[in-house]
Structure formats: C-alpha cells, structure tokens
Design a protein around this ligand. Structure first.
Ligand code: SF4
Ligand code: SF4
Ligand code: SF4
Length: 578
C-alpha cells in the first residue's frame, strides 16, 4: 500500500510504512543524519534530519516520523537549514575540534556536515566543557569521548548486532558519556573486540589502536626481515580508502603498494586459508569417524572465539584447534620459511593486514608462538594500511598490478572466499567431501551456504554420510544458532561462525563508510562479490590442490593433522567469565 505526498512541492507515491527519511531517499533528496542507522538505531537524537511538515507545530525528525496521505514536506527551507546549523554548532560546543590530527579527518560525518552547513570552529556556546580521558586499555580499540557526539550508534551495534552490550550511556544530562558499566575500562569488560562499534561511529571517537608508526619503523630497521601478508577480504575493500566504489578488486595494486612501502616479502594469506582448510577438514573427518566432539565449530574469527569464551564457554571444546590463517602464516614464516632462508626467527618482523580489530588481540594470545617468538608481530587493519600508503606518498590508483612473492604467492578459489560468511564452510566442504568420497568432486559450488543472511543451514549427502552444517555471522545470530544447539532443538556436524555480520568483508577494521552509504548500499554483498568472482576465475578452486600448500606439507609438515602440524598450526582456547 502506498500513500501520496509532496516533497518540496513535487508529488510522490511511497510505501505506507515508510518514514519521511525513507521517502526523501526515494525522491533522491539527501537528508543529513548523524545518529540514524537503518534497522538498529532510529532514535531521533541528533536532530540533524529535521524537516518542516505543513500543519505541524514544530519541525520533525525525519528518521522517526512516519509518512501520511497528503503530507507536504519541506527539506530545504531557510528555517530547516538554520535549525540544522544550530544543532551542529551545539554539538561542536563540547567537542575536541582537533580535526587536523584526527583519525577521521576527511572521513568524519560531523566534519562533512559542518562544511556543508558553513559551521566554523568558533565556539558559539561558551561555557562548561567536558574533558574525558581516553580508554586505551585494550590492544584493539581506543575510545576518545572528547570526540563523541552521543549518537549511540556504537551502543546499538554492540547490543543489537552483536548481542554483547558492554557499552551504554553513563550519567545524565550534560555529564552523559558512553562507557562500560561502573566506568570500567573496556579491557575489564567482556568486550569481544570486534570493532563493529568503530565502523558505525560517525566521528573520531572510536578507532583501532594505531600501529602504523611501529610498522614503518620496523620496515626501516635493515637488521630485520619485514614480511607482510594480506587477508582474503582486504583486496576487496582497500580501494575504498582511495575513492574506489565498494566492490572494486585491488589485489594487484595492493601488492604493488606494499612492495613500495618497503616490505621484503609480500605474501598471500589466501594460501594459509587453504592450509587452515586442510587441517580443519582433517579435524572434521577425524571427529566424525572417531566420535569426537561435535559440532566442530570454526576458529578463524578471533572476535567469535572471544565471544565463545565469554558467553558460550560450554562450546569451547567444540572449537577447531586450528589457528587462524593469520596465525598459521606467522607460524609458517618463522619456522619453515626461516629455515629455508637460513634466518633466525627473531629477525623476522611478520605483519598481517587484516579486516579485523580482534586480531590485534589474537596475536598476543597464549599458544601463538610456534618458533618461541610471537607468530605475528603486528596485525594492522585495512584502514591502517590505507594510511600507511598515503603516508608513504604512494599514488595508489595509478600503481601497476603486481603479483605476490613466492613461495607464498598462490591461493585457491576456496581460500579467496574465506572473507565472506559461508566461505570457510564452502571451502571446507570442497576438501572434506573429496576426502570422504576419495574421488574428485564434480560440482564445487555449495551455494546453500552463500549469501549474507545471518543464519544459514544445509544438509549434504556425501557418500553414506548426511552432513548437517550451519553458518552464522554477527554474534547475535551466532547466539541464536548456539541456543538451538544447546537446547537440542537442532543438531549439526559442522558450524562456521564469524563475529562480524557478513563476515570479514564487513569486519571492524574495514574502511568506514558514512551512514548514507551504510544504510542504502549493499556493502557486504558488493565486497563479497569480489571474492566469489576471484573463486570463479581461479584455475584452482580446492584448497588441497594448491601446489604451494602441497609443497609445505611435502617439505616440512608431513600430513594434515601430523604431530608437527599440530605443534605449529594448532592452539587452544580458554573459558572466560562474563
Ligand atoms: S571527530 Fe570529526 S569533527 Fe571531531 S575532530 Fe575528528 S574530524 Fe574533526
Ligand atoms: S568491540 Fe564489539 S563487543 Fe566491544 S564494544 Fe565494540 S561492538 Fe561491543
Ligand atoms: S562513540 Fe561514536 S558511535 Fe558511539 S555515541 Fe559516540 S559518536 Fe556515536
């Protein structure tokens, strides 16, 4: 059912259940918003989306106001523009306006609207201001409430999307600020470090712990060997840092940029995604055939691991003991590769570029030091890599395409799709099914586990086995699925869980996009399409057919699941409190 209305004098017909904001969007009119986030945060708090409605006593917040038959809406009157400007000035009156050095300079939504509405940094409302100390207690996330505008998007992401809810509004009135209960530091809370709060924050109030200076220093130290590998999803998103449309594949330019930054070896993490699959598929078959703990649950998402350890400790033994592809790479670099090159593992600085903030925590976990030193020295986000490229004076978009370095150059199609929800499951199925059937698979596309839905389930007949699998992304969805397993309502052999909705393509370390993109552009789908296209076009689509992975087993590890593979590629998890 539609209603008829007018926006700025032009007639439109829009769905009856639309808000004024939706109606304006459909009419190609951009209404500024700072607090609104589709589906999770419609609270009408920032008052930037004010519009005039004929007959209404005052202006209305368009993000929460429903449309009505015959409504006449005005979005661009002098009164509307004045009201929006005034609200921006009010927000800025208690804001640390250090835009020049701010992590979000040029990508800040507040800054953008201030420029658009002609707001300067003059203080229009002199008086008391707040001064907050930064929360830098975790290895992953920094909170600077001096730049917080109380939009509460982070609170909604943490509670609604992630079912974690460790942050909220403390105090009241002028003293209101976002933090953990009882003013605890984030590191003292059961935060899973997923970074979903960062990617929705419109300002510089939330960011990852920046390690770009440390990495650049390490590269400059010529007594060390600085090696880097990039996670499957980074090539699908890095281009956004340089103005490319979401869904642009920049693998070749990314490699060229890393080489020009000065890394001695630029490697492809898709290869250790393949390695993970060989170990995990072996573990799955072992558990099925020998009565091991089922369902086996994937372990490559450190945000999910932390969620499991805090909130579902009864499933810790279900977790695969495989390290994540990032950690496997560091472990292989400092054992196999160090041996091959005649290097001391202590002289290798291993950097991974990842879509994730939880991986900064993962590198410092116990059981992640195969050579007696940390497997990975630095995990930097896609955003940090973008910054390093800019700081190195590299003109990204005009770089030539280049290939990764050998002997870790090749990834299969199965390794490529690791970055999207369902990708790990599909990759594992390709290998496990072939191992069980002991013959090549005719069809390698397991399309039932693809797509961005929060929970997906499928049953596959593999020989005599009816394999039941499930996939969840976003920890709210994971909780929903685990509750079904816990209650005995559903049974599965194998479950894939990724902490971020849509998987790593939408990770907490990925480029930020303003809400007008986030709300209306299918970011997850566009980014995932890059990975599925790569899979389709790669000659090798199964992890166990990757010749460089086969070589690592032949020269060093023996077989999947061997003692040596266990020592180097596997780890353990713990039960933590809430
Ligand atoms: S959050 Fe935005 S407005 Fe505030 S200092 Fe940073 S860039 Fe400037
Ligand atoms: S990192 Fe994740 S769990 Fe922690 S506060 Fe942010 S959204 Fe919540
Ligand atoms: S930290 Fe960012 S997302 Fe959270 S309330 Fe403040 S400005 Fe909004």
């Amino acid at each position: 059912m539609n209603v008829n209305l007018k926006i700025n004098g032009v007639a439109y017909s829009v769905p009856k259940n639309a808000t004024i904001l939706d109606a304006c969007k459909a009419a190609s009119i951009h209404i500024p918003t700072l607090c609104y986030l589709k589906d999770i945060n419609a609270i009408g708090a920032c008052r930037l989306c004010l519009v005039e409605v004929k007959g209404a006593r005052s202006m209305v917040a368009s993000c929460v106001a429903p449309v009505n038959e015959g409504m006449e809406i005005f979005t661009n009157t002098p009164q509307v523009r004045r009201a929006r400007k005034l609200n921006l000035e009010l927000i800025l009156s208690d804001h640390d306006k250090s835009c020049l050095s701010c992590v979000r300079n040029k990508s800040c939504e507040l800054q953008k609207y201030c420029v658009e509405y002609g707001v300067t940094d003059e203080n229009y409302f002199k008086g008391k201001t707040n001064e907050f100390s930064k929360d830098e207690s975790t290895l992953s996330i920094v909170r600077d409430n001096n730049k917080c505008i109380l939009c509460r998007r982070c609170v909604a992401a943490c509670k609604v999307t992630q079912n974690v809810g460790v942050i909220g509004a403390n105090d009241r009135g002028f003293d209101t600020h976002i933090g953990c209960a009882f003013e605890k530091d984030l590191s003292d809370s059961p935060c899973i470090l997923c970074g979903q709060c960062i990617v929705v924050c419109p300002t510089g109030a939330l960011s990852e712990r920046d390690q770009t200076d440390e990495v650049l220093e390490a590269i400059a130290d010529k007594s060390k060997h600085a090696l880097v590998c990039t996670a499957p999803s980074v090539r699908a998103t890095l281009g956004e840092c340089f103005g490319n449309e979401p869904g642009t594949d920049v693998e070749g330019k990314m490699v060229a940029a890393l080489r020009r930054i000065g890394f001695e070896g630029v490697f492809n993490m898709n290869l250790t995604a393949d390695l993970t699959i060989l170990e995990e598929a072996h573990e799955l078959i072992e558990r099925i055939q020998n009565g091991g703990k089922l369902p086996l649950i994937t372990s490559c998402s450190p945000g999910w691991i932390k969620f499991c350890e805090h909130y579902y400790p009864e499933f810790v033994e279900n977790l695969s003991s495989c390290k994540s592809p990032q950690q496997m790479f560091g472990a292989i670099a400092k054992t196999y590769y160090a041996q091959k090159m005649g290097w001391n593992p202590e002289d290798i600085i291993f950097v991974s570029v990842i879509p994730c903030t939880a991986k900064k925590f993962e590198v410092k976990r116990d059981g992640q030091s195969a050579a007696g030193v940390y497997d990975v020295d630095y995990a930097i986000t896609t955003r940090e890599l973008g910054k390093m490229i800019e700081r190195s004076g590299i003109s990204f978009n005009s770089l030539p395409d280049e290939d990764f370095d050998n002997p870790f150059q090749l990834g299969s199609g199965a390794g490529a799709i690791f970055g999207a929800t369902g990708g790990v499951m599909e990759a594992a199925l390709r290998t496990a099914a072939e191992a069980i059937l002991n013959k090549p698979l005719e069809a390698v596309d397991f399309t039932e586990v693809r797509g961005v839905e929060g929970v997906k389930k499928a049953t596959y007949r593999i020989g005599d086995l009816e394999l039941k699998v499930a996939v969840a992304s976003g920890t709210s969805n994971a909780a929903e699925l685990l509750d079904l397993v816990k209650s005995g309502e559903e049974e599965f052999h194998f479950i894939e869980i990724m902490a971020c909705p849509g998987g790593c393509v939408n990770g907490g370390g990925q480029p930020t996009q303003p809400s007008y993109v986030r709300n209306y552009v299918p970011l997850k789908e566009l980014r995932a399409a890059v990975l599925y296209n790569a899979d389709k076009n790669l000659g090798i689509r199964k992890s166990h057919e990757n010749p460089q992975v086969i070589e690592i087993y032949e020269e060093f590890l023996g077989n999947p699941g061997s003692h040596k593979a266990h020592d180097i590629l596997h780890t353990h998890y713990i039960k933590r409190g809430k």
